[in-house]
Design a protein around this ligand. Structure first.
Ligand SMILES: Cc1cc2nc3c(=O)[nH]c(=O)nc-3n(C[C@H](O)[C@H](O)[C@H](O)COP(=O)(O)OP(=O)(O)OC[C@H]3O[C@@H](n4cnc5c(N)ncnc54)[C@H](O)[C@@H]3O)c2cc1C
Length: 415
């Protein structure tokens, strides 16, 4: 007999695992979430362990609203109205080539909103506390998992055990759930590391996110509340290590060189982070009694703000299948349901992964020919509005349509 018995147990309390727990709990499905991280409610966002922000597209925000986890984010959310791509001059060229993708050309609303990850975590944790069907175990590790006739039995670091018919692996790139279930995957790394930090600046960002293409990778300024921005600076790993080891003054100097005066005078605040860049795709997103979501199933290089938005589509699709199945009083570990989840997600995931991989290699290459091709491509997009509109729309939607929990559908509680 296990200490915790639930309908669904989720391993991993990253933003994807937390969101799925909120969706299932909102529907009244008994859910256990095993979360290695502490709650850290009181830490200001700039001091949090995860110093990244996420550019959430509107569909992802709709999902968070359906889960009751958007209200507390609003005060920290900054509209992203324009995406500016800059191809820097190579060698002796005088002018950089920049193209604006302006959301107002296709919609009345912005592309999305930028929110600190730690704020999103805090809001999701608060929501889980208010959902009676969710047990959220923080600072707890899943140590071992064993298949039984009733689903996986998990051994936890709090000396307790848990069992559920369906286990969800939301435990990140090195997923123990994926490995224990024997699901194969392919992964590869890039010689790049993403440096992340926050800045305050004297000029307004005017809700413009600017991605500048340097030979080692994109350098992206993402607007935050007030005159602040978050930075994702993709750099050659050897240099990233060197920059991350510098004192604040020297690091700021390097940063200011990259920003090229766009935001006036600049001051660093909060923590810095370094994220080695890699990609991964698992052969299946399920096995008997198990489904994989988010980075446990697939990981992309952090280019064009895709990763978590893609993962939240896993959450929306799987949550909807499980909620309908629960309403119909059918088993949540039904293998046909898990296969349907895999089928529904594979094309979106593979096409986004291929695009992010291609874009990262294309954008991080100093060859004269590729530089010219980038210039020509950007000019074509700038001068031909239908192409620009098509690119903007494809970044905001899935090729297979939008899951209904991302289109404004509410989650009904099962009585
Ligand atoms: C620099 C950078 C910028 C990014 N910017 C964006 C952006 O703007 N927009 C966007 O959509 N995406 C962005 N992404 C991608 C996004 O951050 C990731 O897709 C997302 O954080 C992955 O979430 P996850 O929940 O799948 O994995 P993780 O955040 O890795 O969560 C997995 C969790 O599982 C836990 N865990 C692991 N093993 C166990 C265990 N045995 N027991 C219990 N818990 C366990 C881990 O501690 C962790 O908390 C960015 C990524 C990077 C690196």
């Amino acid at each position: 007999m296990a200490d915790y018995t639930s309908q669904v147990q989720i391993v991993g309390g990253g933003l994807a695992g937390l969101s799925l727990a909120a969706a299932l709990g909102t529907a009244g499905i008994k859910t256990l979430l095993i979360d290695l991280e502490p709650e850290s409610y009181d830490t200001p966002f700039e001091e949090a362990k995860d110093n990244r922000t996420t550019a959430l597209i509107q569909n992802s925000i709709n999902l968070l609203k359906a889960c009751g986890a958007w209200d507390g984010c609003e005060d920290y959310a900054t509209a992203l109205t324009v995406m500016r791509i800059v191809n820097l001059p190579r060698g002796q060229q005088k002018h950089s080539n920049s193209t604006d993708f302006d959301s107002r050309e296709i919609e009345n609303s912005p592309f999305g909103f930028n929110v600190p990850n730690s704020v999103l975590r805090r809001v999701l944790c608060t929501r889980l506390n208010n959902l009676p069907e969710v047990t959220h175990l923080t600072s707890t590790k899943m140590e071992k998992m064993a298949q039984t006739s009733e689903g996986y039995q998990l051994t936890l670091s709090n000396d307790k055990s848990s069992i559920a018919a369906l286990t969800i692996g939301a435990d990140g790139k090195n997923s123990a759930c994926r490995k224990t279930a024997g699901i194969k995957s392919m992964s590869w790394s890039y010689p790049q590391t993403a440096i992340t930090c926050y800045i305050e600046h004297s000029k307004s960002h005017q809700n413009v996110s600017t991605e500048t293409h340097y030979p080692a990778g994109p350098f992206t300024l993402v607007p935050m509340m007030g005159k602040r921005s978050s930075i994702v600076w993709v750099e050659e790993t050897r240099l990233a290590k060197k920059y991350l080891a510098l004192g604040d003054d020297e690091f700021s100097e390097e940063l200011i060189n990259k920003i090229k005066g766009r935001l006036g005078s600049v001051k660093l605040f909060g923590k810095r982070g370094g994220f080695p860049i890699s990609a991964m795709l698992s052969d299946h997103f399920y096995s008997p009694n198990l489904a994989l979501i988010a980075e446990a199933a697939h990981a992309l290089p952090p280019i064009a703000a895709q990763g978590l938005n893609l993962s939240l589509r896993d959450v929306a699709v799987l949550a909807e299948l499980l909620i309908d199945q629960n309403k119909a009083d059918k088993a949540l570990n039904d293998i046909e349901l898990l296969k349907e989840y895999d089928r529904a997600r594979r094309f979106d995931v593979v096409s986004r992964l291929a695009a992010a991989d291609g874009l990262n290699r294309f954008a991080s290459n100093d060859s004269a020919i590729l530089h010219k091709v980038r210039d020509i491509g950007l000019s074509a997009v700038r001068n031909f509005s239908p192409l620009r509109h098509l690119m903007m729309k494809s970044g905001m939607t899935s090729p297979l349509g939008t899951p209904s929990l991302m289109s404004g559908k509410e989650i009904e509680r099962n009585q």
